[in-house]
Design a protein around this ligand. Structure first.
Ligand SMILES: Nc1ncnc2c1ncn2[C@@H]1O[C@H](COP(=O)(O)OP(=O)(O)OP(=O)(O)O)[C@@H](O)[C@H]1O
Ligand SMILES: [Mg+2]
Length: 639
């Protein structure tokens, strides 16, 4: 029984820190609607749910009957011992009173009712059986519930994944990575844990409370009344302390958030912090936040820490009362001694499920809030679906036309008013212009990462909005401004450009991109594993790998957005030559700040503030003596 006093109700792993009381649950905006929708996810698992429900009830019922049956053994034991004592006392009395020897002999020969060990043994066996059956039901319940929970979140995760594929890039512009990520991981996890643990706990707790109450009433209504008297007092204490600690818990969470934010910022930017000599400030800031956290955390933990001692105290009062009243009743032969023992056990078990239910309501609230966040993603507006009657480019030539294109990342802020460009098949187009001019945006539109607000873009006469996105994007190979490499070997990263590429092809592509040399100087060569941020190779080397990837992909249209911006000028020229081979006869778009690299382009588009202000080849633009000439001359004179 002692363990019951120590055992704290647990609210699942998320509540790890302090006990549940006071941790403010996040609230869902539409509790009912979300709950309904969550339940609809569980519908396919209906049969299994019913089984879990049944098993939970059985398991609890078998456990609850334990004390009562154990009481029977206690009573029997008591009876046996009592009989023995009565006999002994009778005998001693006879000897003391010097009763006649015949009487003493008679008493001696009386058969003393021995402790009925056989009966007790049977009861213990029965108990063992009950507990084993209960455990079996409990195992079965966890087993089925695991698959219910995992199946449900599996489906949800799949739905979210499908949804994310259909969301326009606009959505990701408006939501941070962390936010999207947290919905797929943390929120899903919360839902899974709740389904797995809290739901079965809720069922067993309910059954326990009702079951225990029934058992207690069946033993003695009077004693039950006394035991229940302490309940309102316990509740008052809990509510009082919870109210107090809630404030501290919110503050604790806020401080913790600030601390985390500070540490993360300082850690990820620790080179900058050092470079600017801000170590001292950073440490002071940390000490300050840490101090605040200490203060509130101390109070919050203390407050929640006194809940259980206080509850115990009240419980013990009731416990003493029950023992006294129970003892009197046994003395008056109103109830059996074993029943008292069972009753005391029931009281001990009674508070736990009640606290647990209170705790779980909190958890369910935050779970619904989590589910709501997941559903929010599912309800986001999707990108325009591919046309059912999609068009394909029959004989690919590579003619690209921007026709009165109008576009803005948001409706009310139009970046491009009216852009028209005609790109001859097989030509190389350079896009130049100051930072923020809209160069990358042109590419984004060409790849249909964003939908136009007006006008059209056509490839070989086919409107790209009439094509399937997959077909369209399959035409392009690109090397982007921000290199994207994944955790894996250099070989796999290059081979990402084309499935089933042979070793020879990979090496050849790397060679053309001038990456082969640096790769072979690495200890593991092509097997070198790049880490998550690919920070174990240099920026320029990263670019070389992405160029190799594009070369290997051998696309119809090549896009290079600042592809060599981090590579030294000599290597750049070499890559340029290799690229010229690759780009020969193929439509390609090249964005570059270093104008020397695009001198040979067939068409140079000079952009500024979302419009094309000049276009033509290098020579004509120079003779125009405008924006481009200015830009070029300034770079030239610098060098
Ligand atoms: N995802 C986005 N959401 C909203 N606005 C954006 C987004 N991407 C770019 N912009 C804005 O559109 C304008 C053009 O950006 P773009 O990336 O096309 O410039 P850029 O010419 O490629 O510049 P850089 O030379 O620096 O790469 C900028 O003002 C930029 O702030
Ligand atoms: Mg750009």
């Amino acid at each position: 029984m002692a363990e019951n006093q120590k055992r704290r109700p647990q609210g699942g792993p998320r509540m790890g820190g302090g006990p549940m009381m006071g941790v403010p649950a996040q609230k869902a905006k539409d509790f009912k609607g979300t709950l309904k929708r969550l339940v609809s996810y569980l519908k396919p698992q209906r049969t299994r749910f019913v089984m879990v429900f049944f098993m939970a009830i059985m398991s609890t019922v078998f456990t609850i009957s334990g004390p009562k049956i154990m009481g029977k053994a206690t009573t029997k034991l008591g009876e046996g011992i009592l009989g023995l004592y009565t006999h002994q006392i009778k005998l001693m009395y006879a000897i003391q009173q010097k009763l006649p020897a015949s009487t003493i002999e008679k008493i001696k020969s009386e058969s003393v009712p021995l402790v009925d060990f056989e009966y007790i043994g049977k009861i213990l066996l029965l108990l063992l059986g009950l507990y084993v059956i209960s455990a079996l039901f409990s195992f079965g319940m966890s087993f089925i519930m695991s698959s219910v929970a995992q199946n449900t979140v599996y489906t949800m995760r799949k739905d979210v994944k499908d949804k994310l594929d259909k969301l326009p890039l606009k959505y990701f512009d408006g939501h941070t990575h962390g936010e999207v990520l947290s919905r797929i991981t943390n929120d899903m996890d919360t839902i899974a844990t709740t389904l797995q643990q809290s739901l079965t706990q809720l069922i067993t707790s309910f059954v326990s409370v009702v079951g225990i109450l029934v058992m207690m009433l069946s033993i003695s209504p009077v004693m039950t009344l006394i035991a229940l008297l302490t309940l309102p007092m316990s509740m008052m204490i809990t509510v009082f302390i919870a109210k107090k600690s809630q404030k501290y818990f919110s503050e604790q969470q806020r401080s913790l958030g600030t601390l985390n934010g500070h540490v993360e910022e300082m850690y990820t930017g620790h080179k900058i912090v050092k470079a600017f000599g801000h170590e001292e400030d950073s440490i002071n800031e940390f000490v300050k936040i840490n101090g605040e956290l200490y203060d509130v955390a101390w109070k919050a933990q203390f407050m929640s820490g006194i809940v259980f001692p206080a509850l115990n105290f009240v419980n013990n009062l009731g416990y003493v009362l029950v023992c006294v009243v129970g003892g009197l009743m046994v003395a008056k032969n109103k109830i059996e001694i074993g029943d008292i023992q069972a009753f005391i056990q029931y009281i001990r078990q009674f508070t736990q499920p009640i606290v647990q239910i209170a705790n779980i309501t909190n958890i369910i609230q935050s779970t619904i809030a989590s589910a709501e966040r997941v559903f929010e993603v599912l309800d986001e507006e999707e990108e325009v679906p591919d046309e059912v009657q999609f068009q394909e480019i029959g004989d690919f030539k590579g003619h690209v036309a921007f026709d009165h294109v109008r576009f803005g990342y948001s409706e009310d802020q139009i970046l491009m008013e009216d852009i028209s460009v005609n790109v001859e098949e097989g030509s190389t187009i350079a896009i130049v212009g100051p930072t923020g001019a809209g160069k990358t945006t042109m590419i984004n539109l060409l790849m249909r990462f964003y939908e136009l607000n007006g006008g059209s873009i056509r490839i070989d006469g086919v409107d790209i909005s009439k094509m399937r996105r997959g077909d369209l994007r399959g035409l392009f190979g690109m090397v982007l401004q921000d290199t994207w490499l994944f955790k894996g070997s250099i070989r796999d990263n290059i081979a990402y450009g084309r499935e089933n590429a042979t070793e020879e092809e990979i090496v050849k592509a790397a060679d053309l991109a001038h990456a082969h040399h640096f790769i072979t100087t690495l200890p593991d060569g092509y097997d070198t594993i790049l880490n998550e941020e690919a920070s174990n190779i240099s920026q320029g080397q990263k670019q070389l790998l992405t160029i190799a990837r594009a070369i290997l992909a051998d696309p119809r249209i090549l896009i290079l957005d600042e592809a060599t911006s981090n590579v030294d000028t000599r290597t750049e020229v070499l890559i340029q030559k290799a690229m010229n081979n690759l780009m020969y006869g193929r439509t390609s778009f090249v964005i570059a700040h270093r104008l020397s690299t695009i001198r040979d382009a067939d068409l140079i588009l000079v952009m500024n503030q979302g419009t094309i202000i000049e276009q033509g080849n290098h020579e004509t633009l120079l003779t125009q003596n405008g924006f481009y000439a200015n830009l070029y001359n300034s770079q030239f004179s610098e060098e």
